[in-house]
Unconditional design. Structure first.
Length: 373
């Protein structure tokens, strides 16, 4: 069986003088193509899926964008691009068309939504239940071939059955569950922030993860006030329906009277945290979700020590986040499809969108591609 897949290729040229270069210091001149890939024999522990919807993530966009000064790609997330290229994409939903012989928790024709971190389940972190920090983790679409294809093979452990959601809500349910991965990432970020009733939250970044962090902060975790800070006009306007107030970066940084308990940084622009750090209240928390490869510089350490402010990195969506989000969806507490601002048809349209990443960011929040009908 073959699949029409979107493949990323790049020139492998690590920057000199850097001991452990990240992808943004390793791969130059990324280029995308639509290729027909042979799937071969299905692994005994895997499932073969006819992809129905796939979501464009900021990580996908950063993997195809380049630093104009160097030609290196922007993404600093763990990534390995082999000479033959990497099939990208890690958010989506589909229907199972073949099941490996050692798979029992899902079956032929089940609708499934997919996790994107393949944990080893045997390292020290996995033994402690810290699957998001698995020492041998492989990221789908970055370190393993992803799901931007008409038919894909994935480890069965990534699949969550959503037959009931599709039966009840049809295509709306498919679109909602295609957004599970960013919702679960935001959920873990909110958990790490220990958000409580009465907290004031500032979220930097109005993309899907930032917007979902804002939604979950108030509607699920009980925050009293949620402010979203976003430079792009479309995303600011779109976010107003879910936030108490929306600011441009300049407006928020000059609003000196506004103090918060929690900062969720989902934009990748670490300077924002530095500039407003003095406005974090005692026992405040900073959650870093957005990757950029840029340093975080904190020059107000006395404020941090005196007020016992914590800074956390937050990565992943495992450890029960999918189950929590699915329960919220099943009980109509969270309508994830509301963040979808465009649905495009076909793998060709997906390739075209990825080749115009600036338009995706400026004009949309979450874009889904319908890969099969």
């Amino acid at each position: 069986m073959t699949s029409q897949s979107i493949v990323l290729q790049a020139e492998h040229m690590p920057m000199s003088g850097i001991a452990s270069p990240g992808p943004h210091q390793t791969y130059r001149h990324p280029r995308l193509s639509l290729q027909e890939r042979e799937l071969g024999t299905l692994n005994d522990h895997s499932i073969r899926i006819e992809m129905l919807y796939a979501g464009i993530c900021g990580t996908d966009i950063h993997a195809v964008q380049t630093n104009p000064d160097t030609g290196y790609l922007r993404s600093s997330a763990p990534m390995h691009i082999p000479p033959e290229g990497r099939i990208i994409g890690h958010e989506g939903v589909g229907r199972i068309i073949e099941v490996g012989k050692h798979v029992s928790h899902v079956a032929l024709n089940d609708y499934v939504t997919l996790e994107s971190i393949v944990a080893c389940h045997h390292c020290a972190m996995c033994r402690r239940g810290k699957f998001n920090q698995c020492l041998n983790a492989k990221l789908v679409g970055l370190e393993k071939d992803g799901i931007f294809g008409t038919v894909v093979d994935v480890p069965a452990t990534l699949a969550h059955n959503i037959n009931d959601i599709v039966e009840k809500n049809g295509d709306k349910g498919l679109r909602a569950t295609a957004c599970m991965e960013p919702a679960a990432v935001a959920y873990v970020g909110c958990e790490n922030a220990s958000i409580q009733g009465g907290d004031a939250i500032a979220v930097f970044g109005g993309g899907p993860i930032g917007l979902l962090s804002a939604m979950l902060s108030e509607r699920v975790f009980g925050a009293a006030e949620v402010y979203l800070i976003e430079p792009l006009p479309f995303r600011r306007e779109f976010a107003k329906q879910w936030c108490d107030k929306v600011y441009s970066v300049e407006e928020f940084l000059t609003e000196e009277s506004l103090h918060v308990d929690v900062v969720i940084e989902a934009s990748g622009f670490m300077d924002n945290v530095t500039k407003m750090f003095h406005r974090i209240l005692p026992n405040g928390r900073v959650i870093l979700l957005g990757r950029s490869g840029k340093p975080l510089m904190l020059d107000n350490i006395d404020h941090m020590i005196t007020n016992e402010i914590s800074v956390y990195g937050s990565r992943g969506h495992l450890c029960g986040a999918y189950d929590a989000i699915l329960r919220l969806c099943r009980n109509e507490k969270l309508a994830l499809d509301n963040i979808v601002t465009d649905v495009i048809d076909g793998v060709d349209a997906l390739l075209k969108a990825l080749n115009s990443p600036g338009d995706v960011i400026a004009k949309h929040c979450k874009v889904l591609a319908r890969l099969n009908k």
